[in-house]
Design a protein around this ligand. Structure first.
Ligand code: UDP
Ligand code: MG
Length: 312
């Protein structure tokens, strides 16, 4: 069996040497299997690209794909899945938060179960801020609440997928992708593999707050139309309010007309209220429209640099 290890790398010069040493020692100890390591340089600005090409020069197991600019973590993983040769592939981060030493157990679990998807489930998260943990926790619960299918919670992209998943993945042209969601969406059987998520060996997180927000937006919008239904909720609410208000004014008109000040305040307030709701609803529709627009454009998800910059 050929095992492909897929690693997205963005400005990871500080971690690459340790990653290469630890990963290679683990993989070469797997006597029964051949392996390749697919490293995707996601438009790094530091020495990442040179370092990866150096690894490739001295080690035939290494393949390097280099993006023309930073297309993001999900695009880098996509590139790895599209181009790997393995019978199974394992997606793992470059910062060793998912320790390579657990890979033999993960592969053994696959051999035992032949389950097409084995996802890494974090039983603990070392060295991550309270903010990161709480937002991640909330995100996985919200996305499950919003979506019609259930995604495993507290799992990242660290997972093992077999050939059937790899091939199916190639038929998803949508962009941007929420990969762990798409893989769940395929409906193949999946089982957890529990592990302790470590802290980064070096460097800092490459997921800025903005990238996290964009990622959350992609995740939610790719799998849910529930936000659109908010418009229905507010529509019914505002119509009901209007009817009740109308009935009340009607009642006062016949019973206590003296309290009815020929007023304009209520009208203005209702107009503002309804206007606000319309704007809010429009903004939701606009978000989806934007997303449909993006998909319909079918832009390439990533663009490779010229052949010399890649080691294929
Ligand atoms: N990454 C990437 N492109 C990006 C951001 C991150 O390829 O735009 C890679 C990064 O090099 C790492 C993985 O994605 O291998 C996860 O990123 P990071 O560890 O910074 O995220 P965190 O673990 O803090 O969520
Ligand atoms: Mg990390």
């Amino acid at each position: 069996m050929i095992v492909s290890i897929i690693i997205p790398c963005f400005n990871e010069e500080a971690t690459l040497d340790i990653l290469y040493t630890r990963l290679t020692s683990v993989m070469s100890s797997l006597e029964k299997h051949q392996y390749e390591i697919v490293l995707v340089n996601d438009g790094s600005k530091d020495k990442t690209e040179d370092m990866l090409l150096d690894f490739a020069k001295k080690d035939k197991h290494i393949k390097v794909y280099s993006f023309s600019r930073n297309f993001g973590h999900q695009a880098a993983v996509s590139c790895g899945i599209h181009n790997c040769q393995g019978d199974i592939a394992i997606i793992i981060d470059a910062d060793l938060q998912d320790p390579p030493e657990v890979l033999p157990d993960m592969i053994a679990l696959y051999e035992k179960t032949e389950c097409p998807i084995i996802y890494g489930k974090r039983i603990s998260r070392e060295g991550e801020t309270f903010f990161k943990k709480i937002t991640a926790r909330m995100f996985y619960r919200i996305i499950n609440l919003m979506s019609d299918i259930t995604f495993p919670v507290d799992t990242g992209d660290f997972r093992l997928i077999d050939k059937s998943v790899i091939e199916a993945y190639k038929d998803f042209p949508e962009s941007p992708k929420y990969i762990r969601g798409l893989i769940s969406w395929m409906g193949f059987e999946q089982i957890p593999f529990e592990y302790e998520r470590k802290s980064r060996v070096a460097g800092e997180t490459k997921y800025t707050f903005k990238k996290m927000l964009m990622f959350a937006k992609t995740g939610i919008m790719s799998f849910s139309i529930k936000p659109l239904r908010i418009s229905l909720f507010f529509g019914i609410l505002s119509i009901s309010a209007a009817v009740i208000l109308g009935l009340w004014v009607f009642y006062l008109y016949f019973n206590r007309p003296e309290v009815l000040v020929p007023g304009w305040a209520s009208i203005i307030i209702s107009v503002l209220f309804l206007g606000g709701i319309q704007m809010f609803v429009l903004s939701i529709i606009a978000e989806y429209l934007g997303s449909i627009f993006n998909i319909s454009k079918k832009r390439p998800e990533y663009i490779l640099k010229n052949k010399k910059k890649n080691n294929i």
